[in-house]
Design a protein around this ligand. Structure first.
Ligand code: 0SQ
Length: 442
């Protein structure tokens, strides 16, 4: 490339540190990278942003995917990517998002703590309805565009704080499930890490080979039940990942304890699931003879004749082919009955939830009690250590949009632990090329 052009573009390129104040304002740390709460230096009183510094260096495959996907999406209930910065000095990629002060993991934790302190405050019923409606709306948009989320859970459901979008849901993905899937590193080499399977659909636990829209719907059902009861419906001891085997006995046992063992007539194709034989060997239908969703919810004070229960049952249907779609769910009686869902999930009332705390740069611990420790962790937060997980593939055609950056070279950079199967920055023109490979989300 022309040297003068290179010098000129380097001088003109907007630098994240010149435009934003974010030092000491880290609000998240995970396998995906670091997230900071940021303010514009030019107008510090204006809105707040979230700046995500992607783990590793260079435009990795996952960075490429995330950017390419997010720049195509526009919906009020899906996180919106505002800008991408490439820091050429340290080869870091930064993504700028709107800042969401809350998320369902923290909101549910607030209510659980109140319950533990014997001062239970339930999540207001109107708020639950508005939250679920907006989650369905965002997921319906993604599904209509053949984007499957694949990792819906409370931590990925953000809620906007004070400001013009007060109380609006933003579906995000902190990316844990798909970041660390290095095909070359044996699982045994990794530090023990726990993951949660609480939101996993039964077909995934029985070895389904493909992700589907129905898998996202099951997760929404789990979140709905958790909002209604402040308890994770399919809570289960979290396991160290030692294998890439999708079959998780304890998680299935927990699902059957709540739902009952699936009847052949209710889920005919269960026989065709890859792990069906293991299931038959490990479980006895009679163990779960007394279990059903109605009993479980009644125990948690949700009436079986309520519209909320009726919708929940349709979302938590064991047979994925019979599970409700997001489109149908949004038209359900539950949302037509008063009070109808509102755009501000807090309904104009004061927000009781604390603001995000800053975490220190040198360790991974939240200053609050957000410890992501192995089996003692009652959270669904992504663990902080890296792990390789092997989710099933997503079927559907690849439809890569043109990217802003020219990508040049594959790098298999495994030693830093960042496991980039990625691409280097082109040190040349960062705004003219196109990226066009390996895009599998559509
Ligand atoms: O929230 C993000 N920071 N990223 C994000 C959001 C989403 C959807 C909600 C649109 C599904 N996907 N991603 C995403 C995260 C990581 C990667 C590698 C790709 C996409």
């Amino acid at each position: 490339m022309d040297y003068d052009y290179k010098v000129k573009t380097a001088a003109e390129r907007a630098k994240v540190e010149d435009l934003f104040e974010y030092e000491g304002c880290k609000v998240g740390r995970g396998t995906y990278g670091h997230v900071y709460k940021a303010k514009s230096k030019a107008s510090p009183d204006s809105k707040e942003y979230a700046l995500k510094q992607i783990e590793g260096t260079g435009i990795s495959m996952s960075a490429c995917r995330e950017i390419a996907l997010l720049r195509e999406l526009k919906h009020p209930n899906v996180i919106s990517l505002q800008k991408v910065f490439l820091s050429h000095t340290d080869r870091k990629v930064w993504l700028l998002f709107e800042f969401a002060e809350h998320d369902l993991w923290h909101i549910i934790k607030f209510h659980r703590s109140a319950k533990a302190n014997k001062k239970p405050v339930h999540i207001p019923r109107n708020m639950v309805k508005s939250l679920i409606f907006q989650i369905l709306d965002g997921i319906h948009y993604l599904h209509a565009n053949w984007v499957l989320h694949r990792d819906l859970k409370p931590a990925n459901i953000l809620v906007m704080g004070e400001g013009p979008e007060r109380g609006r849901v933003k579906i995000a993905d902190m990316g844990f499930a798909r970041l660390f899937n290095s095909p070359l590193k044996p699982l045994a080499d990794l530090d023990p890490v726990v993951v949660t399977f609480w939101y996993r659909a039964p077909e995934l636990l029985l070895g389904a080979r493909h992700y589907s829209k129905a898998i996202d719907i099951w997760a929404i059902g789990c979140i709905f039940a958790e909002l209604l009861t402040s308890e994770p419906i399919f809570h289960c001891r979290q396991e160290d990942i030692k294998t890439s085997n999708p079959y998780h006995h304890d998680q299935l046992d927990r699902i059957f304890n709540v739902m009952g063992f699936p009847q052949e007539k209710d889920w005919e194709d269960i026989r065709k699931m890859p792990e069906h034989q293991t299931l038959m060997k490990d479980f006895k239908r009679s163990t779960y003879g007394n279990c059903n969703l109605m009993k479980y919810m009644e125990k948690h004070k949700v009436k079986s004749e309520s519209k909320a229960f009726s919708l929940l049952q349709k979302l938590l249907t064991m047979d994925p082919t019979k599970r409700m779609t997001s489109e149908l769910a949004m038209k359900d009686q539950y949302f037509l009955e008063d009070p109808v869902p509102s755009q501000d999930v807090f309904e104009g009332l004061p927000i009781p939830y604390p603001k995000r705390e800053f975490i220190s740069d040198d360790d991974n611990e939240d200053k609050s009690d957000n410890k992501n420790n192995a089996n003692t962790n009652h959270s669904d937060q992504p663990p902080q250590k890296r792990v390789r997980v092997m989710p099933p593939v997503t079927t559907s055609s690849s439809n890569m949009v043109s990217g802003e950056f020219q990508v040049r070279k594959h790098v298999h950079n495994m030693q830093s632990g960042s496991q980039q199967q990625g691409m280097n920055f082109s040190s040349s023109n960062a705004s003219q090329g196109s990226a066009s490979s390996g895009y599998s989300r559509f």
